[in-house]
Design a protein around this ligand. Structure first.
Ligand SMILES: [Zn+2]
Length: 368
Protein backbone atom coordinates (compact mmCIF):
# COMPACT_ATOMS: atom_id res chain seq x y z
CA UNK A 1 0.00 0.00 0.00
CA UNK A 2 1.47 3.26 -1.12
CA UNK A 3 -0.34 5.95 0.77
CA UNK A 4 2.25 6.18 3.53
CA UNK A 5 4.76 8.68 2.04
CA UNK A 6 2.14 11.39 1.70
CA UNK A 7 2.69 14.20 4.23
CA UNK A 8 -0.91 14.37 5.47
CA UNK A 9 -1.67 10.71 5.52
CA UNK A 10 -5.21 9.58 4.67
CA UNK A 11 -6.82 7.29 7.25
CA UNK A 12 -5.75 3.67 7.03
CA UNK A 13 -9.24 2.60 6.17
CA UNK A 14 -8.28 -0.95 5.28
CA UNK A 15 -7.30 -1.76 8.85
CA UNK A 16 -10.36 -0.14 10.34
CA UNK A 17 -12.67 -1.94 7.95
CA UNK A 18 -11.03 -5.30 8.65
CA UNK A 19 -11.16 -4.69 12.35
CA UNK A 20 -14.79 -3.71 12.28
CA UNK A 21 -15.65 -6.77 10.20
CA UNK A 22 -13.84 -9.02 12.64
CA UNK A 23 -15.55 -7.46 15.64
CA UNK A 24 -18.96 -7.80 14.06
CA UNK A 25 -18.33 -11.37 13.02
CA UNK A 26 -16.73 -12.64 16.21
CA UNK A 27 -19.13 -10.58 18.31
CA UNK A 28 -22.13 -12.13 16.65
CA UNK A 29 -20.69 -15.63 16.71
CA UNK A 30 -19.90 -15.32 20.40
CA UNK A 31 -23.32 -13.99 21.22
CA UNK A 32 -24.99 -16.67 19.17
CA UNK A 33 -23.07 -19.59 20.51
CA UNK A 34 -23.12 -18.45 24.11
CA UNK A 35 -26.88 -18.13 23.82
CA UNK A 36 -26.52 -14.77 25.52
CA UNK A 37 -28.98 -13.09 23.18
CA UNK A 38 -31.74 -15.28 24.60
CA UNK A 39 -31.55 -13.87 28.08
CA UNK A 40 -30.87 -10.36 26.78
CA UNK A 41 -33.89 -10.37 24.51
CA UNK A 42 -36.51 -9.05 26.93
CA UNK A 43 -34.16 -6.26 28.00
CA UNK A 44 -32.73 -5.30 24.66
CA UNK A 45 -35.15 -6.68 22.11
CA UNK A 46 -37.23 -3.54 21.86
CA UNK A 47 -40.54 -3.31 20.05
CA UNK A 48 -39.36 -4.06 16.52
CA UNK A 49 -36.70 -3.63 13.89
CA UNK A 50 -36.23 -2.23 10.39
CA UNK A 51 -34.11 -4.33 8.04
CA UNK A 52 -32.09 -2.87 5.14
CA UNK A 53 -31.37 -4.48 1.79
CA UNK A 54 -29.65 -3.12 -1.32
CA UNK A 55 -28.91 -5.60 -4.13
CA UNK A 56 -30.50 -9.05 -4.26
CA UNK A 57 -28.91 -11.28 -6.90
CA UNK A 58 -27.22 -14.66 -7.34
CA UNK A 59 -23.60 -14.81 -6.17
CA UNK A 60 -20.93 -13.77 -8.69
CA UNK A 61 -17.53 -15.41 -9.23
CA UNK A 62 -15.25 -12.36 -9.23
CA UNK A 63 -12.67 -12.43 -6.45
CA UNK A 64 -12.66 -8.62 -6.24
CA UNK A 65 -16.07 -7.53 -4.93
CA UNK A 66 -15.47 -4.64 -2.55
CA UNK A 67 -19.18 -3.78 -2.46
CA UNK A 68 -20.37 -7.30 -1.73
CA UNK A 69 -21.60 -6.22 1.67
CA UNK A 70 -24.41 -4.43 -0.21
CA UNK A 71 -25.87 -7.60 -1.70
CA UNK A 72 -27.53 -10.79 -0.54
CA UNK A 73 -28.59 -13.79 -2.62
CA UNK A 74 -32.18 -14.70 -3.49
CA UNK A 75 -31.68 -17.96 -1.55
CA UNK A 76 -30.74 -16.02 1.59
CA UNK A 77 -33.69 -13.67 1.18
CA UNK A 78 -36.15 -16.49 0.61
CA UNK A 79 -35.01 -18.27 3.79
CA UNK A 80 -35.38 -15.03 5.71
CA UNK A 81 -38.88 -14.33 4.39
CA UNK A 82 -39.97 -17.91 5.07
CA UNK A 83 -38.69 -17.66 8.61
CA UNK A 84 -40.37 -14.29 9.18
CA UNK A 85 -43.65 -15.61 7.77
CA UNK A 86 -43.60 -18.48 10.27
CA UNK A 87 -42.42 -16.35 13.19
CA UNK A 88 -44.56 -14.53 15.74
CA UNK A 89 -43.25 -11.21 14.43
CA UNK A 90 -45.56 -9.01 12.33
CA UNK A 91 -44.02 -7.94 9.03
CA UNK A 92 -45.61 -4.54 8.47
CA UNK A 93 -45.54 -1.46 6.23
CA UNK A 94 -43.88 1.81 7.26
CA UNK A 95 -47.34 3.39 7.61
CA UNK A 96 -48.39 0.67 10.03
CA UNK A 97 -45.13 1.10 11.97
CA UNK A 98 -45.87 4.84 12.18
CA UNK A 99 -49.38 4.12 13.44
CA UNK A 100 -48.07 1.81 16.16
CA UNK A 101 -45.63 4.48 17.36
CA UNK A 102 -48.26 7.24 17.33
CA UNK A 103 -50.91 5.12 19.05
CA UNK A 104 -48.44 3.50 21.42
CA UNK A 105 -49.59 0.09 20.16
CA UNK A 106 -46.79 -2.33 20.96
CA UNK A 107 -48.73 -5.48 21.68
CA UNK A 108 -46.77 -7.41 19.07
CA UNK A 109 -43.17 -7.12 17.95
CA UNK A 110 -42.74 -6.12 14.32
CA UNK A 111 -40.31 -5.97 11.44
CA UNK A 112 -40.26 -3.57 8.48
CA UNK A 113 -38.20 -4.55 5.46
CA UNK A 114 -36.65 -1.74 3.42
CA UNK A 115 -34.51 -1.63 0.28
CA UNK A 116 -32.44 1.32 -0.87
CA UNK A 117 -31.62 2.83 -4.27
CA UNK A 118 -34.01 0.99 -6.63
CA UNK A 119 -31.84 -1.64 -8.28
CA UNK A 120 -33.12 -3.70 -11.22
CA UNK A 121 -31.87 -6.87 -9.52
CA UNK A 122 -34.22 -6.22 -6.60
CA UNK A 123 -37.19 -6.09 -8.95
CA UNK A 124 -36.06 -9.23 -10.72
CA UNK A 125 -35.04 -11.41 -7.75
CA UNK A 126 -36.57 -9.98 -4.58
CA UNK A 127 -39.94 -8.58 -5.60
CA UNK A 128 -41.33 -12.01 -6.70
CA UNK A 129 -40.30 -13.47 -3.32
CA UNK A 130 -42.14 -10.75 -1.41
CA UNK A 131 -45.21 -11.48 -3.57
CA UNK A 132 -44.89 -15.21 -3.01
CA UNK A 133 -44.79 -14.77 0.78
CA UNK A 134 -47.22 -11.83 0.68
CA UNK A 135 -44.96 -9.64 2.78
CA UNK A 136 -44.72 -5.84 2.42
CA UNK A 137 -41.55 -3.85 1.87
CA UNK A 138 -40.46 -0.28 1.19
CA UNK A 139 -38.12 0.89 -1.55
CA UNK A 140 -36.30 4.24 -1.17
CA UNK A 141 -35.56 5.91 -4.54
CA UNK A 142 -32.97 8.67 -5.14
CA UNK A 143 -34.67 10.37 -8.09
CA UNK A 144 -31.47 11.03 -10.04
CA UNK A 145 -31.12 7.24 -10.46
CA UNK A 146 -34.28 6.64 -12.56
CA UNK A 147 -33.56 10.04 -14.17
CA UNK A 148 -30.34 8.37 -15.38
CA UNK A 149 -27.97 11.00 -14.01
CA UNK A 150 -27.15 9.30 -10.73
CA UNK A 151 -23.52 8.98 -9.70
CA UNK A 152 -23.00 5.63 -8.00
CA UNK A 153 -19.50 6.69 -7.09
CA UNK A 154 -18.70 3.69 -4.87
CA UNK A 155 -19.28 1.43 -7.89
CA UNK A 156 -17.44 3.75 -10.28
CA UNK A 157 -14.45 3.45 -7.95
CA UNK A 158 -14.84 -0.35 -7.95
CA UNK A 159 -14.73 -0.40 -11.78
CA UNK A 160 -11.65 1.86 -11.91
CA UNK A 161 -9.76 -0.41 -9.49
CA UNK A 162 -11.02 -3.65 -11.10
CA UNK A 163 -9.97 -2.69 -14.63
CA UNK A 164 -6.52 -1.18 -14.00
CA UNK A 165 -3.23 -2.55 -12.70
CA UNK A 166 -1.82 0.81 -11.73
CA UNK A 167 -3.75 3.84 -10.63
CA UNK A 168 -2.61 7.42 -10.33
CA UNK A 169 -4.52 10.04 -8.43
CA UNK A 170 -4.00 13.29 -6.61
CA UNK A 171 -3.97 12.68 -2.86
CA UNK A 172 -3.85 15.75 -0.64
CA UNK A 173 -2.65 17.84 -3.58
CA UNK A 174 0.06 15.42 -4.67
CA UNK A 175 0.02 13.05 -7.67
CA UNK A 176 0.61 9.49 -6.46
CA UNK A 177 0.62 6.06 -8.10
CA UNK A 178 -0.61 2.78 -6.64
CA UNK A 179 -0.28 -0.84 -7.77
CA UNK A 180 -3.54 -2.73 -8.15
CA UNK A 181 -2.42 -5.99 -9.78
CA UNK A 182 -3.41 -8.75 -7.40
CA UNK A 183 -6.84 -9.12 -5.84
CA UNK A 184 -5.27 -8.32 -2.50
CA UNK A 185 -3.75 -5.08 -3.83
CA UNK A 186 -7.06 -4.15 -5.40
CA UNK A 187 -8.93 -4.74 -2.15
CA UNK A 188 -6.44 -2.72 -0.16
CA UNK A 189 -6.40 0.12 -2.65
CA UNK A 190 -10.20 0.19 -2.90
CA UNK A 191 -10.60 0.32 0.88
CA UNK A 192 -7.95 3.03 1.22
CA UNK A 193 -9.41 5.27 -1.52
CA UNK A 194 -12.94 4.64 -0.24
CA UNK A 195 -11.87 5.62 3.28
CA UNK A 196 -10.07 8.67 1.90
CA UNK A 197 -13.21 9.76 0.03
CA UNK A 198 -15.44 9.20 3.04
CA UNK A 199 -13.08 11.30 5.16
CA UNK A 200 -13.48 14.29 2.81
CA UNK A 201 -15.24 17.30 4.27
CA UNK A 202 -17.62 17.96 1.39
CA UNK A 203 -19.71 15.88 -0.96
CA UNK A 204 -18.47 18.05 -3.87
CA UNK A 205 -14.88 16.99 -3.16
CA UNK A 206 -15.89 13.31 -3.22
CA UNK A 207 -17.72 13.67 -6.52
CA UNK A 208 -14.94 15.68 -8.14
CA UNK A 209 -12.26 13.16 -7.15
CA UNK A 210 -14.30 10.24 -8.51
CA UNK A 211 -15.19 12.10 -11.72
CA UNK A 212 -11.48 12.84 -12.31
CA UNK A 213 -10.58 9.17 -11.74
CA UNK A 214 -13.34 8.02 -14.08
CA UNK A 215 -12.29 10.48 -16.79
CA UNK A 216 -8.69 9.24 -16.59
CA UNK A 217 -9.60 5.55 -16.59
CA UNK A 218 -12.57 5.80 -18.96
CA UNK A 219 -15.31 4.62 -16.66
CA UNK A 220 -18.70 5.91 -17.84
CA UNK A 221 -20.50 6.95 -14.63
CA UNK A 222 -24.03 7.36 -16.13
CA UNK A 223 -23.70 3.93 -17.74
CA UNK A 224 -23.46 2.31 -14.28
CA UNK A 225 -26.72 3.99 -13.37
CA UNK A 226 -28.41 2.84 -16.61
CA UNK A 227 -27.16 -0.74 -16.16
CA UNK A 228 -28.13 -1.23 -12.54
CA UNK A 229 -30.99 1.08 -11.60
CA UNK A 230 -34.66 0.83 -12.49
CA UNK A 231 -36.17 3.47 -14.73
CA UNK A 232 -39.47 5.18 -13.84
CA UNK A 233 -41.53 2.66 -15.79
CA UNK A 234 -40.04 -0.25 -13.85
CA UNK A 235 -40.53 1.57 -10.55
CA UNK A 236 -44.14 2.36 -11.45
CA UNK A 237 -44.82 -1.34 -12.15
CA UNK A 238 -43.43 -2.26 -8.76
CA UNK A 239 -45.19 0.59 -6.96
CA UNK A 240 -48.55 -0.63 -8.31
CA UNK A 241 -48.30 -3.61 -6.00
CA UNK A 242 -50.07 -2.89 -2.70
CA UNK A 243 -47.22 -4.66 -0.87
CA UNK A 244 -44.80 -1.91 -1.97
CA UNK A 245 -44.25 1.50 -0.35
CA UNK A 246 -42.06 3.95 -2.28
CA UNK A 247 -40.01 6.27 -0.09
CA UNK A 248 -37.82 9.27 -0.86
CA UNK A 249 -34.02 8.99 -0.78
CA UNK A 250 -33.13 12.56 -1.91
CA UNK A 251 -32.35 13.60 -5.49
CA UNK A 252 -28.59 13.20 -5.79
CA UNK A 253 -27.86 10.66 -3.06
CA UNK A 254 -25.49 12.99 -1.23
CA UNK A 255 -24.11 12.60 2.27
CA UNK A 256 -26.32 15.45 3.50
CA UNK A 257 -24.30 16.26 6.59
CA UNK A 258 -21.40 17.19 4.28
CA UNK A 259 -23.57 19.73 2.44
CA UNK A 260 -23.01 23.20 3.92
CA UNK A 261 -26.27 24.86 2.95
CA UNK A 262 -29.45 24.06 4.92
CA UNK A 263 -31.46 25.15 1.88
CA UNK A 264 -29.74 22.55 -0.32
CA UNK A 265 -30.41 19.79 2.21
CA UNK A 266 -34.04 20.85 2.37
CA UNK A 267 -34.31 20.98 -1.43
CA UNK A 268 -32.74 17.51 -1.78
CA UNK A 269 -35.44 16.03 0.43
CA UNK A 270 -38.34 18.13 -0.80
CA UNK A 271 -37.59 17.86 -4.52
CA UNK A 272 -37.17 14.11 -4.39
CA UNK A 273 -40.63 13.88 -2.84
CA UNK A 274 -42.16 16.10 -5.55
CA UNK A 275 -40.43 14.24 -8.39
CA UNK A 276 -41.64 10.86 -7.09
CA UNK A 277 -45.13 12.24 -6.63
CA UNK A 278 -45.14 13.57 -10.21
CA UNK A 279 -43.83 10.27 -11.62
CA UNK A 280 -45.95 7.83 -9.63
CA UNK A 281 -48.98 9.87 -8.58
CA UNK A 282 -48.43 9.21 -4.89
CA UNK A 283 -46.61 11.46 -2.44
CA UNK A 284 -43.91 9.61 -0.48
CA UNK A 285 -44.28 10.00 3.29
CA UNK A 286 -41.12 8.22 4.35
CA UNK A 287 -37.46 9.06 3.79
CA UNK A 288 -34.07 7.35 3.97
CA UNK A 289 -30.88 9.41 4.36
CA UNK A 290 -28.26 8.45 1.75
CA UNK A 291 -25.37 6.47 3.27
CA UNK A 292 -27.11 7.20 6.56
CA UNK A 293 -24.31 6.79 9.10
CA UNK A 294 -23.46 9.55 11.63
CA UNK A 295 -21.11 11.26 9.12
CA UNK A 296 -23.95 11.52 6.57
CA UNK A 297 -27.03 12.38 8.63
CA UNK A 298 -27.26 14.15 11.97
CA UNK A 299 -29.54 16.38 14.05
CA UNK A 300 -29.90 19.02 11.29
CA UNK A 301 -31.09 16.41 8.80
CA UNK A 302 -33.45 14.82 11.37
CA UNK A 303 -34.98 18.22 12.08
CA UNK A 304 -35.41 19.17 8.41
CA UNK A 305 -37.05 15.82 7.58
CA UNK A 306 -39.42 16.35 10.48
CA UNK A 307 -40.16 19.98 9.43
CA UNK A 308 -40.97 18.75 5.93
CA UNK A 309 -43.58 16.42 7.39
CA UNK A 310 -42.05 13.04 6.64
CA UNK A 311 -43.75 10.51 8.91
CA UNK A 312 -40.54 8.54 9.37
CA UNK A 313 -36.93 8.76 8.19
CA UNK A 314 -34.35 6.02 8.53
CA UNK A 315 -30.59 6.07 9.02
CA UNK A 316 -28.13 3.20 8.74
CA UNK A 317 -27.14 3.56 12.39
CA UNK A 318 -27.43 -0.01 13.66
CA UNK A 319 -30.04 -0.77 16.25
CA UNK A 320 -33.49 -2.12 17.05
CA UNK A 321 -36.54 0.03 17.83
CA UNK A 322 -37.73 1.02 21.29
CA UNK A 323 -40.86 2.87 22.41
CA UNK A 324 -38.65 5.92 22.96
CA UNK A 325 -38.14 6.16 19.19
CA UNK A 326 -41.68 7.61 19.05
CA UNK A 327 -39.94 10.93 19.84
CA UNK A 328 -37.29 10.36 17.14
CA UNK A 329 -39.27 9.11 14.16
CA UNK A 330 -36.96 10.90 11.70
CA UNK A 331 -33.83 9.30 13.22
CA UNK A 332 -34.66 5.61 13.17
CA UNK A 333 -31.94 2.93 13.24
CA UNK A 334 -31.88 -0.04 10.88
CA UNK A 335 -30.24 -3.45 10.71
CA UNK A 336 -28.36 -3.96 7.48
CA UNK A 337 -28.44 -7.45 5.98
CA UNK A 338 -24.83 -7.55 4.97
CA UNK A 339 -23.69 -9.82 2.15
CA UNK A 340 -20.54 -10.71 4.07
CA UNK A 341 -22.62 -12.37 6.82
CA UNK A 342 -25.29 -14.31 5.00
CA UNK A 343 -26.16 -16.73 7.71
CA UNK A 344 -29.62 -16.79 9.21
CA UNK A 345 -28.17 -16.99 12.70
CA UNK A 346 -26.60 -13.56 12.27
CA UNK A 347 -30.01 -12.12 11.42
CA UNK A 348 -31.47 -13.79 14.48
CA UNK A 349 -28.83 -12.28 16.74
CA UNK A 350 -29.16 -8.86 15.12
CA UNK A 351 -32.90 -8.89 15.60
CA UNK A 352 -32.57 -9.90 19.23
CA UNK A 353 -30.93 -6.49 19.62
CA UNK A 354 -27.95 -8.00 21.42
CA UNK A 355 -25.39 -7.38 18.67
CA UNK A 356 -26.23 -3.73 18.17
CA UNK A 357 -26.67 -3.07 21.88
CA UNK A 358 -22.97 -3.74 22.28
CA UNK A 359 -22.26 -1.57 19.27
CA UNK A 360 -24.32 1.28 20.75
CA UNK A 361 -22.86 0.81 24.23
CA UNK A 362 -26.37 0.07 25.51
CA UNK A 363 -27.74 3.48 24.62
CA UNK A 364 -31.15 2.90 23.14
CA UNK A 365 -31.72 6.00 21.04
CA UNK A 366 -28.91 7.35 18.90
CA UNK A 367 -30.12 10.66 17.50
CA UNK A 368 -27.30 13.07 18.31
ZN1 LIG B 1 -28.74 4.71 -0.93
Amino acid sequence: MGFAPSPAKPPRAENLVDMKKTIIRTGLETLYFSGMHHWMRPLLGGVGAILTLHHVRPPRDEAFQPNRLLEVTPVFLERLLRRLKRSRLDVITLDEMYRRFIENDFKRRFVCITADDGYKDFKRWAHPLFRQYELPYAMYIPTSFPDRIGELWWLALEYVVARNDRIGMVINGEQQYFDARSVREKRELYDAIYGYLRSMKTEDAVRKTVRDLCATYRVDIPEICRDLCMDWEEIAEMADDPLVTIGAHTVNHMMLKKVASDATVRAEMEMSRSVIEAALGKRPEHLAYPVGDPTSAGPREFRIASDLGFKTAVTTRPGVLFKAHADHLTALPRLSLNGEYQKQRYVKVLMSGAGTAFWNRFRRVSAA
